[in-house]
Design a protein around this ligand. Structure first.
Ligand code: ZN
Length: 351
């Protein structure tokens, strides 16, 4: 009987979450591609992995329980898609499908982040990569005009600060304000934290500010709170990607709350990369209690074998959040958007 009532409670949670307009403002292009699409492209053009069936192929794309919880095992899942995402039509199609998957999960506002440089190996330019992404999104928006979407450009930490500045200059013409529909709204750094601290990107963030871009930065995912302090002091970000280790530092939590800097929290991803040892230990409830702005996000639905609605379920199950808590969290997540006023949906307006 207990089992049945648990099922009923889980079903009630799912129904409630499905009734909310959701926003995902931390999602990576490469980690969100449909396995079926990559499989189809593989069979049609590339014969990339001969001898594998679809189930085995998926193992190369998505996290499962057989893996260690480390960032390196997690990042390993990003290698296979790269051979398919070097071509305009593939990027356009994947972007369209990514919008459709988000929409079907109840997402009405999506910020998709992409590093154009790693999609240029077959000769595309940075702007062509972004144009393909915009095209896929714009086509989806013609069918669903109420779907709001923007692009965040990522510089890889291991490419260094100079490359980050070059990348920023290349994307100027792709900014939201120069396009009717979808464009670049923000800047981010991602990748291995330890050898590439925030200080290396101080000039790049100053340039992003000059260019009128909003800024986020992955920090405190595999490194301690000192890297989050450094990111705040050196880069002046509007949001921090993950910021999980802030949970170890009450002063930092106070600072984040005081300055209204958002944390983009991705529960499953944090567990899989080892940023937290268990979901129960995740600092999300402490962030919320302290008044830190939080956006609940997915990071990488395909790599993490999750969806945004599933992440909301996890938050409810793990932390005992009420429907009121979840409604507030969903609204706050939308309000953290970098989309300019005219581009925002009712999600960001707090509907
Ligand atoms: Zn991320």
């Amino acid at each position: 009987m207990a089992h049945q009532s648990n099922d009923a409670a889980a079903e009630q949670r799912r129904r409630f979450i499905r009734s909310l307009p959701l926003a995902d403002i931390h999602r990576h292009f490469d980690g969100s591609i449909r396995p079926a699409t990559l499989w189809e492209l593989s069979e049609k053009y590339y014969s990339a992995v001969p001898g594998l069936d679809f189930e085995q192929f998926k193992h190369y794309l998505s996290w499962d329980d057989s893996l260690d919880n480390t960032l390196l095992d997690y990042l390993d899942k990003f290698h296979v898609p790269l051979q398919y995402t070097q071509f305009y039509d593939n990027i356009r199609r994947i972007s369209y499908e990514l919008a459709e998957d988000a929409w079907n999960d109840g997402i009405r506002l999506l910020e998709l982040r992409i590093n154009p440089l790693i999609h240029r190996r077959a000769g595309l330019t940075t702007r062509q990569v972004l144009a393909a992404t915009r095209k896929g999104f714009a086509t989806f928006r013609k069918e669903h005009p109420e779907f709001q979407v923007g692009i965040i450009v990522i510089a890889m930490r291991n490419h260094g600060g100079n490359m980050a500045r070059i990348l920023l200059r290349e994307v100027l013409g792709e900014k939201e304000e120069f396009h009717d529909d979808v464009g670049v709204i923000g800047f981010d750094i991602a990748g291995h934290e330890a050898p590439f601290p925030p200080i290396l990107f101080e000039d790049a963030y100053a340039l992003a500010t000059k260019m009128g871009l909003k800024k986020t930065a992955h920090a405190g995912e595999s490194e301690g709170p000192e890297r989050i302090w450094e990111a705040l002091d050196r880069l002046g970000p509007d949001r921090i990607g993950h910021g999980t280790s802030a949970g170890q530092d009450p002063e930092l939590i106070k600072r984040l709350a005081r300055d209204g800097v958002y944390l983009e929290v991705c529960l499953s991803s944090n567990l899989q990369t080892g940023a937290v040892a268990s979901l129960a230990e995740h600092p999300l409830p402490r962030f919320l209690d302290a008044g830190v702005k939080v956006a609940l996000c997915t990071d990488n639905p395909t790599v993490s074998s999750t969806s945004l609605s599933r992440e909301y379920e996890l938050a409810m199950e793990t932390f005992g959040l009420t429907e009121g808590d979840v409604r507030a969290l969903a609204r706050m997540s939308g309000e953290g958007t970098f989309l300019a006023e005219g581009f925002r949906s009712s999600v960001a307006a707090g509907a």
